[in-house]
Design a protein around this ligand. Structure first.
Ligand code: NAD
Ligand code: DAU
Length: 353
């Protein structure tokens, strides 16, 4: 079949990437979607079982840090566009191992940019390099204000510093070599297929097994939560409609302190698990704070709403309940990803807190 576009999606076996791949494969049979992922601990092909046999989908196992292989792949496959999500994504891991984040998030991104620049030379305007980034590049807010697209970068963790660096490289390749880029900076995502090192799936898993809920510091940090499928929808809209060289913020207008969110989660879980109200809250345990812990993130996504009409589709309480139900109904998935290496990670991460 002659496809209209051949899109390389990197990190498609991860949390957000798998939702993006699923959306594009199902919605655009006229596009071929090639999912490139090295399958780190966070990459899991089981996230894509429902679409793995679709005609317009292919998987390639490759490391974006491996410049030679990436260049050869681009030369052989002649991708028309790139949607780049592959990254090391967990702040706590970046604190223990910053270099890995530089390698994947910075060097890996530059390798993809180089390969795209090489094969798209002379016809840049026909192609698009879409880079998926985070609101954490903007640093931390006080009690008021929101991040806009004009907020200066001020990253504090090795993770956010590496993502900020990759954003700068993407912009630099646009300015210097004429690559047609789009960058989006999104707030905290929640939903199905998220690796249980991140707050929500970790706490859902712990509540289920009546394990302690390690709340960092006083639990007063604020995050702006967005349903992952709404993020994937925003990426679809931006990929097709954003002007080249543009940046867009994506967020849920949905701020919660960690502790309020955790208490709501406990309440939902008590109901779903047939436990008495207040039972799961007893598992809350305040532990040593994350180093350099950003106090508050809040995204102003007015530009995306005004320019392209995107708005979040789900109310948070509804989305959270849906998410809890998914993890409870997909125990096998959760058990699979929390076996093996996960146990070592968990002990190392939480034993000293
Ligand atoms: P994730 O950790 O769940 O998935 C990352 C994927 O990238 C995994 O499948 C992993 O195997 C793959 N990967 C890692 N290193 C690789 C390498 N060297 N080569 C090839 N593949 C590699 O991450 P996520 O939460 O889905 O985040 C995806 C992207 O979205 C990241 O760029 C992240 O910075 C960004 N983001 C995440 C959030 C969030 O709340 N999770 C919010 C905003 C932006
Ligand atoms: O804002 C977007 C970012 O959101 C993404 O770029 C990152 O990839 C993603 O991991 C996420 O970063 P956070 O650090 O905000 O997410 P995390 O789930 O790790 O933590 C959410 C909040 O909960 C944060 O304030 C730290 C706190 N927390 C987290 C864990 C894992 C706890 O209190 N206890 C925990 O055990």
């Amino acid at each position: 079949m002659n496809y209209k576009k051949k899109i390389l999606v990197t990190g498609g076996a991860g949390f957000i990437g798998s939702h993006v791949v699923r959306l594009f494969v199902n919605k655009y049979p006229e596009y071929q979607i090639v999912n490139l992922d090295v399958l780190t601990y966070a990459g899991n092909l089981a996230n894509l079982r429902d679409i793995e046999n679709k005609q317009n989908y292919r998987f390639v196992k490759m490391d974006i840090v491996d410049a030679e292989s990436i260049t050869k792949l681009f030369q052989a496959e002649k991708f028309t566009d790139v949607i780049h999500l592959a990254a090391e994504s967990h702040v706590d891991r970046s604190i223990s191992n910053p270099t890995e984040f530089v390698m994947t998030n910075v060097i890996g991104t530059v390798n993809l940019l180089n390969a795209a620049k090489l094969i798209w030379k002379g016809e840049m305007e026909k192609h698009r390099f879409y880079h998926v980034s985070t609101d954490e590049v903007y640093g931390s807010l006080g009690e008021i204000g929101m991040f806009t697209e004009n907020t200066a970068y001020d990253p504090h963790s090795p993770y956010s510093a590496s993502k900020a660096s990759s954003d700068h490289f993407v912009r630099a390749y646009g300015d210097t070599y004429g690559l047609k880029t789009v960058i989006s900076n999104c707030s905290n995502n929640y939903g199905s297929y998220q690796f249980p090192e991140k707050l929500l799936p970790l706490f859902i898993n712990n509540i289920q097994h009546k394990k302690a809920l390690p709340v960092y510091g006083k639990g007063e940090n604020v995050r702006d939560w967005l349903w992952v499928e709404d993020h994937a929808r925003a990426i679809d809209v931006l990929f097709h409609q954003a002007a080249s060289g543009s940046t867009y913020n994506i967020g849920g207008h949905n701020e919660w302190t960690n502790i309020a969110l955790i208490k709501l989660l406990c309440k939902i879980m008590d109901k779903k698990l047939g436990r008495s109200e207040g039972e799961s809250e007893k598992l809350i345990s305040y532990v040593t704070d994350r180093a350099g812990h950003d106090l508050r993130y809040a995204i102003d996504s007015t530009k995306l709403q005004n320019d392209l009409g995107w708005t979040p589709s789900l109310q948070f309480e509804e989305g959270l309940e849906k998410t809890v139900t998914w993890y409870l109904e997909n125990k096998e998935w959760l058990e699979h990803v929390t076996s093996g290496d996960y146990q070592n990670y968990y002990e190392k991460q939480y034993e000293k807190r």
